[in-house]
Design a protein around this ligand. Structure first.
Ligand code: TYD
Length: 209
């Protein structure tokens, strides 16, 4: 069976990861790779409703409900889109995935990290990213980039977002093989050069297999 690649893009709101994801997509397509771009939460019809509740709902959402909604979105996303795309030999670029739940619901909201890891395992059904790019940006810079138009998660305050950023760094330290750190305080061009270098390494490794 052909096997594609699964690459996830992680980092704070305002880290510039989505811009980088789009640059990587264009680059890979120029090289004739078959690329699928997706995101969490809300890539599919099912998840779009969840995304609306999570990011723009007016109701107060308790931490447990928030956690289960992100996980439900992920479980459906894996089965309906990510798994079939990888099996078809495509390169899947996903804007946020399992590490967002550990960083935001775990380090940010204070949910039990080991429990979240177990729940993530159920949601992903054995699919693990081949590579995760972590765009690390100072919370001051990311807040400046976000401006005043913030969604429910972005409005959680600077203290929350500092904990999220710290959580991401902890995750990177615990899984340095999978999670590659990119300094996202730099210009788009510099960040892209760093990102491309990591992607090229992965493609080369894959060719050598
Ligand atoms: P989104 O607009 O997609 O943000 P971004 O463009 O920065 O990726 O909003 C997703 C928000 O949901 C973001 O604040 C991170 C948060 N989130 C979690 O808290 N847990 C999760 O598991 C995921 C996937 C996202």
């Amino acid at each position: 069976m052909k096997k594609g690649l699964f690459i996830t893009f992680e980092g704070a709101d305002g880290s510039g990861k989505t811009t980088q994801l789009n640059l990587v997509k264009s680059f890979l397509e120029q090289q004739n790779y078959d690329v699928v771009v997706t995101r969490e939460p809300g890539a599919l019809e099912f998840g779009r409703k969840i995304r609306e509740i999570l990011l723009h709902g007016k109701e107060v959402i308790c931490d447990n409900a928030e956690m289960f909604l992100f996980l439900a979105d992920r479980a459906q996303h894996i089965e309906s889109l990510i798994k079939p795309s990888i099996s078809a030999g495509k390169i899947v670029l996903c804007d946020r995935h399992v590490d967002s739940t550990i960083a935001y619901q775990g380090y940010g909201r204070g949910q039990n990290i080991e429990l979240l890891k177990s729940l993530n395992k159920i949601a992903v059904n054995s699919i693990v990213p081949d590579l995760t790019l972590l765009f690390d940006v100072s919370t001051e810079i990311s807040f400046q980039r976000l401006g005043n138009e913030k969604d429910r998660m972005e409005s959680a305050g600077i203290g929350f977002h500092k904990k999220v950023a710290e959580g991401y760094l902890q995750l990177q330290k615990s899984e340095p093989e999978r999670i590659k750190l990119i300094n996202a305080n730099n210009s788009i061009e510099t960040v892209y050069n760093d990102t491309k270098r990591v992607i090229l390494n992965l493609l080369q490794e894959r060719q050598g297999e």
